[in-house]
Design a protein around this ligand. Structure first.
Ligand code: C5P
Length: 399
């Protein structure tokens, strides 16, 4: 399951460190190699001898260790693994990670690493619930750190609540989700995102308020499931995610060309807010006032409908084409009709009337319309909407 994978395991100083011995055993049984690192506090709870014996490797402990530096420097050590796992991640270790401390080997490796990081927090319930820890958790999540647990239950300190480290089996499952085969491995998915800019003259353009947040989150979620993502984006505010192929465009016509060039794909998600019209008589030089007080007349031409044209392709159509419908009333009826009209397989419809705060906000309330009808999802963050959609796409492509 994890054959050929290497885990850099950073063991923090908490009573849950004893469970890490079992985690090492499970990781090795699954085929992974484990390079252990212990903080000075961790050695108060488990011995380096037990850790080294189970890992079958030397335990790294000190930042300024001449022998280790000669054999493998700490920067190199931070890069040798496919995943860094911090277990138990104590409140102190989380705080130092969140603030970029590098005052011992563990935090230096965490700052220097370029591989994904998974933490398994473990601490007293009050420490876990403290606003400082919750702030640090939010910072770490925003930095892309994955989190396994904590669980709720009886604690070694006699209290009850969330703070117990996740069980070794659950941590192994989280590791496998990162390192094991992914459901969209080998699949290519095209995603459009952001607004388009339609020039009026070389310095002015017509645009819309799309930030690109939902399309970006979808691209990230598909990439996290192992897809090769081609991300065709207009000039949105949100930066493109890591690990996707980014193709930047400005206008709807450039977006259509880029989408056609990016095919073939197994699936395509059209999340861009494409301008329906462009200025047909855009000026090649900056338009100036002519002193008469008359505004220039702009003529408009209809832009290509990218979703429709890809959905209705006779050859090279992706197996699954997903469109969006931003509506302000009768969301399901309009979106159902749109699905028919455009010829796409699914439509993700949302109500963008100003009262919802969805346009430009961090949440979304969507209804997924498929050939089997409409399914309304509860209001949730755009990242969660993206995760759900990506999982549905994976289920459909691997049917
Ligand atoms: O027609 P309407 O703009 O409501 O449809 C929205 C859906 O169509 C979105 O998925 C959007 O990305 C796509 N679209 C497109 N090209 C256009 C207009 C919309 O791909 N010119």
């Amino acid at each position: 399951m994890l054959a050929g994978k290497r885990i850099l395991l950073i063991i923090g100083g908490g009573i849950a460190a004893y469970k890490v011995l079992e985690l090492i055993r499970l990781c090795r049984k699954a085929g992974a190699a484990v390079t252990p690192v212990m903080t000075p506090a961790a050695k108060e709870f488990v011995t380096p001898l037990s850790v080294a014996a189970l890992a079958g490797e030397t335990v790294h402990e000190a930042l300024f260790d001449l022998t280790s530096e000669a054999e493998m420097g700490h920067i190199q050590l931070s890069r040798v693994s496919d995943l860094v796992v911090v277990a138990p991640a104590t409140a102190n270790l989380m705080a130092r990670m969140a603030h970029g401390a590098a005052d011992d080997l563990a935090t230096t490796l965490l700052l220097a690493t370029d591989t994904p990081v998974l933490i398994a927090p473990a601490m007293n319930v009050r420490m876990w619930e403290h606003p400082a820890t919750q702030r640090n958790l939010a910072i770490l999540k925003a930095d892309g750190v994955a989190v396994a647990g904590p669980d709720e239950g009886d604690m070694a300190c006699g209290e009850y609540g969330p703070g117990r480290m996740a069980e070794p089996g659950a941590i192994l499952a989280a590791i496998t989700a990162h390192l094991g085969p992914k459901p969209l491995s080998g699949k290519t998915v095209l995603v459009t995102s952001g607004p388009t800019h339609e020039p009026i003259d070389p310095v002015r353009y017509i645009a819309n308020r799309s930030s690109g947040a939902q399309g970006t989150a979808i691209a990230a979620a598909l990439a996290a499931l192992g897809a090769r993502v081609r991300f065709v984006t207009g000039p949105g505010e949100v930066p493109p995610p890591e690990g996707v192929e980014v193709i930047r465009v400005e206008t709807a016509r450039e977006m259509l060309d880029a989408v056609e060039a990016a095919l073939p794909a197994d699936a395509a998600v059209f999340a861009a807010a494409v301008a329906d019209w462009r200025v047909a008589n855009a000026s090649g030089s900056k338009m100036k006032k002519d002193g008469t007080g008359r505004a220039p007349a702009l003529d408009f031409a209809e832009n290509p409908d990218i979703l429709r044209s890809i959905s209705q392709r006779k050859t090279g159509r992706p197996c699954l084409v997903v469109g969006f419908a931003a509506e302000t009333d009768d969301v399901v009826a309009h979106a159902t009709a749109k699905r028919e009209r455009k010829g796409c397989d699914w439509i993700l419809a949302n109500d963008v009337s100003p009262a919802t705060g969805i346009m430009g906000g961090s949440e979304n309330a969507v209804t997924l319309i498929t050939g089997n009808g409409a399914e309304t999802w509860p209001r949730m963050g755009k990242t969660e909407v993206a995760r759900r959609l990506a999982q549905r796409i994976a289920d459909r492509l691997t049917d």
